[in-house]
Write a protein of this length. Structure first.
Length: 333
């Protein structure tokens, strides 16, 4: 209560009362989703869950990846982890509120999270503290260090214990284990990682005859233009580091912008196109109707594919497995 009280001094009485009322109204739907997620996780983990002696003891004090001390007075139950919902779902946990781009949340997770309210990061900016406080989280997890530099961490840590990653998507295996540890779900984290590894290995064997020695590139369209997806994160990481496509030299270069002038230099045997929520229609049309696009070998040979879904632009075990399934469906026909 002390941290929430101190934050409340910064907010108007009207905002605080309205926020708390909204938080109370959201509990039932979040608990319903949590029960649904945990039921499937419990079935798969039956007979091999951690014993009570393996569970963390509270209060618990630890440090996040940025060196900040985090004190957990009790096992977290109401989690706000924007951009880490994929990991929560993989562990059988529903967040108290989910990230939204301002227009929609991560659509590929909505079968599990359709009853969880969303909170808008309008223009990429995190919501103000009162908006987060309204959902009464008891743990906040921030996925990269930018939240410290922007001052968001200093505001959010007054609401609830707040853990900050340097960059959670840079090492997915590590971040899944850390979130599992924070939530007292290390056994579930290991099972989720094992399921993912098995999914990757099976796909690699199936796809090997089709992609061995082949290069792949991903082009993203949005309201600002056309861009290459690099191979460090998201679907770019999946194609090269997990499935075994070779990286394109052009994509690996410094410039992520795609132009019709540079397109003839694209050394890719397979090309995947992503239109970000339909915001890049004009740029996609400019590219796909251009003579230079139609003259490319990958296009003429039927090795250029339009892929749907925000899982291609997301990081997480579930997103990555969906990308893998898409590639199998397109290439290993």
């Amino acid at each position: 209560m002390t941290k929430k009280t101190s934050l409340a001094l910064m907010l108007t009485t009207t905002m605080l009362v309205a926020g708390l009322a909204a938080g109370c109204g959201n509990n039932e739907s979040r608990e319903t989703v949590t029960q649904k997620l945990e039921s499937s996780t419990t079935k798969s983990a039956e007979g091999s869950a951690k014993s009570s002696s393996d569970k963390p003891t509270y209060p618990r004090v630890l440090k996040d990846e940025m060196g900040n001390e985090v004190t957990l007075p009790a096992e977290p139950a109401k989690i706000f982890a924007p951009n880490l919902e994929d990991t929560l779902v993989a562990l059988g946990v529903a967040p108290v509120v989910q990230w939204s781009s301002g227009s929609r949340p991560k659509m590929y997770l909505q079968a599990q999270l359709k009853d969880v309210p969303s909170i808008a990061f309008t223009g990429g900016l995190p919501p103000e503290p009162e908006g987060v406080m309204a959902h009464e989280p008891d743990l906040i997890i921030l996925h990269n260090a930018n939240h410290i530099e922007s001052g968001v961490y200093d505001k959010y840590k007054m609401i609830a214990p707040t853990y900050v990653f340097k960059q959670a998507n840079a090492d997915l295996e590590s971040s899944v284990r850390i979130v599992g540890d924070l939530l007292g779900k290390s056994a579930e984290a290991e099972k989720a990682l094992q399921k993912y590894k098995e999914h990757v290995e099976a796909a690699k064997k199936e796809l090997a005859p089709h992609i061995q020695g082949k290069k792949a590139a991903i082009i993203r369209f949005n309201g600002r233009g056309m861009f290459f997806i690099k191979y460090d994160f998201f679907s770019g990481y999946v194609l090269t580091n997990e499935l075994g496509f070779l990286p394109s030299q052009l994509v690996s270069g410094g410039d992520i912008h795609v132009s019709l002038e540079s397109l003839p230099n694209l050394d890719a045997d397979y090309i995947f196109l992503i239109n970000d929520a339909g915001t890049g229609d004009a740029f996609e049309k400019d590219l796909t109707e251009s003579p230079v696009w139609k003259s490319m070998e990958a296009v003429k040979d039927g090795r250029a594919f339009k892929v749907e879904g925000d899982h291609w632009l997301s990081g997480g075990l579930i997103a990555h497995m969906k990308v893998i399934d898409d590639v199998k469906g397109l290439i290993a026909k």
